[in-house]
Design a protein around this ligand. Sequence first.
Ligand code: AHR
Ligand code: AHR
Ligand code: AHR
Length: 517
Amino acid sequence: MNFLSRLRRVRKRLMSVGAASALAAGLLAGVSTPSNAATSLPCDIYAAGGTPCVAAHSTTRALYASYNGPLYQVRRSSDNTTRDIGVLSAGGYANAATQDSFCSGTTCLITVIYDQSGRGNNLTQAPGGGAAGGPDNLAVATAAPTTVGGHKAYGVYVAPGTGYRNNHTSGIATGDQPEGMYAIFDGTHYNGGCCFDYGNAETSSNDTGNGHMEAVYFGNIKVWGYGAGNGPWVMADLENGLFSGVNQHYNANDPTVNYRYLTAIVKGEPNHWSIRGGNAQSGGLSTFYNGVRPNVSGYNPMHKEGAIILGIGGDNSKGSAGTFYEGVMTSGYPSDATENSVQANITSAGYSTSTGGGTGGTLTPGSSISLRATTACCTDRYIRHQNDQAVTSVINSSSSSLDKNDATWIVHNGLANSSCVSFESKNYPGDYLRHQNFHLYRQTNDGSTLFAADATFCPQTGKSGQGTSLASYNYPDRFIRHYDNTVYIASDGGSNSFDSATSWADDVSWVVDQPWA
Ligand code: AHR
Ligand code: AHR
Ligand code: AHR
């Protein structure tokens, strides 16, 4: 029986018991297996469709309803010890608090992304390859904060030079065998370097010829294939070519896609393959290509080798950038219907940039906001600049227009990291909030790497439980804090007076408010 008719049967059964609602409630309460349709996660859905996952990677959530193991491992620089980050419950979301406490006051790197399929296809630091030496860099564990299902989690932030790989896999397609894969990426984080991939590649880390890879690619490199608009595009990396369709270069049906959370799909079977994609926050999937193998020699039949890569090309080309939240590879060519059900689960998982603090608004790039203090002394005070310094002032509807403008900030993707944010002054365009010697200032962006880092803050649920806290990108244990009505980046206890532990959690928790100007 195929997956759809099985789903219909389950639905029919539920509808017939629904006729007697008291009975239905009793019956549903008695359903003890977590594998009923409502809680099927992506790999349960692929299995029901007859194309099971043979690799399942995520730093944000379980991909099987029954998965209760580790999602990933981090290593901290303070003592080089490691810690596995698991799920909050079987089939649940990542326990990011484990990472936050283990990594507090130090820097953590993601060392392992565990395979949930039971096949041991873990991803670890990629070794050197034909195009670039190694080992590659590991991702900074705090660099891609996200919310999923209302819970804090972290994605895998790939800066150029970062890469993960497994050259000794089990169950991954080889030769011309059929397979499918999807990944969720940050559609606003990409570049034109080769090649931000997730999927099947060479077991030698060398370019062994056309057709030796089959991976999903995301970015705007135009060296090989490309699609409509200026990119970025979802394409298939088939080795010595990123393909957007049947032609080697241009295919009009492969659109520019830049959803903040992007579902990207590639699948292939003998002389047939497909590219699909959609918004991972809502709606369905579109098919960007569905047809025969490219009209270039060497790709039919395919010569897949079955290694797995993340963030790099098959030959360890590592000029690319991107962010990965989750992805799987299957055995067999998944039906569109199976993938559509997976997409329905993905959109219901609740990926969001909202900080989930429960109070206050969200930091949406492009919007204007004001940041209000939450400490009992000061709930009428907002972060504003005054004589180039950042301070808090009482602002209300009768404040002067100058004060209101000084207390208004335009949210941008972080200058140093698009998963975080930067705050541009409303009345001094081009000036941003930045720290210097741990004091906060409004200063003109000088374009330097240091300025970008000093002006980038990573939002998370407010440390007091209210609103939002803003971690310094380059001093991640320091948060934007008011102290004696002056604004700093402060640690929870430390040598400076403004690092005082007294009322620290309240002082670093801000409500994102409507803009005063
Ligand atoms: O196919 C594009 C790239 O070409 C591959 O990722 C890499 O192996 C080669 O350089
Ligand atoms: O921060 C620059 C200016 O200094 C502000 O607009 C004003 O409040 C103060 O005079
Ligand atoms: O604010 C701490 C550091 O002090 C900043 O990164 C740098 O600009 C200054 O040296």
